[in-house]
Design a protein around this ligand. Structure first.
Ligand SMILES: Cc1cc2nc3c(=O)[nH]c(=O)nc-3n(C[C@H](O)[C@H](O)[C@H](O)COP(=O)(O)OP(=O)(O)OC[C@H]3O[C@@H](n4cnc5c(N)ncnc54)[C@H](O)[C@@H]3O)c2cc1C
Length: 330
């Protein structure tokens, strides 16, 4: 790796970064064990979910904690043109988590930090690592505390830092806002390699910059996520529409209902093709395992597109099931 680093610098960068800088960079970056060779375009850090770009980094680094992230960023900041990108689970589609011949930090390697805290006002929060996958956060919150974050993404193999750097949207956002609105505190490593705690009241500019900031205002190493009691059960419903106007009218009605007692806990809509193509047609919208989508139920007027509202109502074992039935019927 050292040879690779020097070779790169000699070929491309001798003017802006003299040799003594290179060796100090190599030392300070702690090449032992934490930097991994980049083998060109096939390397994990040179690719993302979108598959449209391939940019080979100089190094793919696996930091173990916030101090380690800060050390790497501080050293990179000493160079005039070495860029750094945090990489969560690489589910961007446009190369956002890549650094062309720069340093890519694998945030999933951060220590698995997890702690649930109760605030003075009785609210519960989970302190989690910026590199934690949401599916692990959910599992820990539910299995150890019977709690769950309030706002989600549909797909959970995404990191906390990755979605907080975007927004994090799913069927609960109509009630609680995106995931970025359900975080009360962050620990962030800035571009100078300094570590700050920030919130609405402490270093607020950094807090609001980092949330939705695509990693450009700092690297999120820890987040305090608002929790609520996890439901015991969920009534899950999918409604298929043939008319776009009916679909949007019902969606608007459901998301603007104010009374939580009388509405759904999850509302999301999507469109799909009226065909039997498994990729984007009717088979791509699974129903209950014992139910199949029967296209003969579709009216003759149905066009080439169909629309689906996905709804869920939470309840507890102790709740009278007729209450759930009543809300659904209404
Ligand atoms: C199959 C799939 C399903 C999806 N479903 C949803 C969904 O339901 N709802 C939704 O809102 N989005 C969804 N997305 C989009 C997804 O939320 C974003 O692409 C998100 O950025 C991916 O998270 P990641 O951990 O893979 O981040 P990456 O793609 O690795 O990084 C995303 C951006 O965040 C930056 N970043 C990563 N970690 C940090 C950190 N710790 N601190 C600061 N910056 C950081 C990166 O530099 C990059 O700019 C989906 C994407 C895919 C591919």
């Amino acid at each position: 790796m050292i040879a690779y680093l020097e070779c790169f610098v000699h070929e491309n960068d001798t003017e802006s970064r003299p040799d003594d800088d290179v060796s100090s960079l190599s030392k300070a970056l702690d090449l032992q064990g934490s930097i991994h060779d980049c083998e060109g375009p096939t390397d994990e850090a040179s690719r993302d979910f979108g598959g449209m770009y391939s940019l080979a980094p100089l190094a793919f680094i696996r930091p173990s904690d916030a101090d380690d992230v800060a050390r790497k960023v501080k050293e990179a900041a000493r160079s005039s043109n070495l860029t750094v990108a945090a990489r969560g689970n690489g589910h961007s589609i446009n190369g956002q988590a890549m650094a062309d011949r720069g340093l890519v930090l694998d945030m999933r390697s951060l220590d698995d930090h997890f702690r649930v805290v109760e605030a003075n006002n009785g609210s519960f929060y989970a302190d989690v690592s910026g590199g934690a996958l949401w599916e692990h956060v959910l599992k820990q919150c539910v299995s150890e505390y019977g709690m769950a974050p309030r706002s989600w993404t549909d797909y959970l193999s995404l990191t906390v830092g990755g979605t907080l750097s975007n927004a994090g949207v799913s069927g609960q956002a109509f009630r609680y806002g995106p995931q970025t609105s359900n975080v009360t505190e962050l620990q962030v490593v800035t571009g100078k390699g300094e570590i700050f705690n920030c919130s609405e009241t402490e270093n607020s500019e950094l807090f609001f910059g980092a949330l939705g900031g695509l990693g450009q205002f700092g690297i999120i190493t820890r987040a305090r996520v608002l929790l609520q009691p996890a439901p015991d059960m969920v009534r899950w419903i999918r409604l298929v529409y043939t008319e776009f106007e009916d679909f949007t009218r019902d969606a608007e009605l459901l998301v603007t209902r104010q009374d939580e007692e009388d509405s759904f806990d999850y509302v999301e809509g999507f469109a799909f093709v009226n065909s039997d193509n498994p990729a984007d047609g009717r088979p791509s919208v699974p129903l209950d395992p014992d139910q199949v989508f029967d296209p003969t139920h579709l009216p003759r007027t149905a066009g080439s597109m169909l629309y689906c509202l996905e709804l869920a109502r939470h309840y507890r074992h102790a709740d009278d099931p007729s209450i759930v039935d009543m809300v659904v019927a209404k």
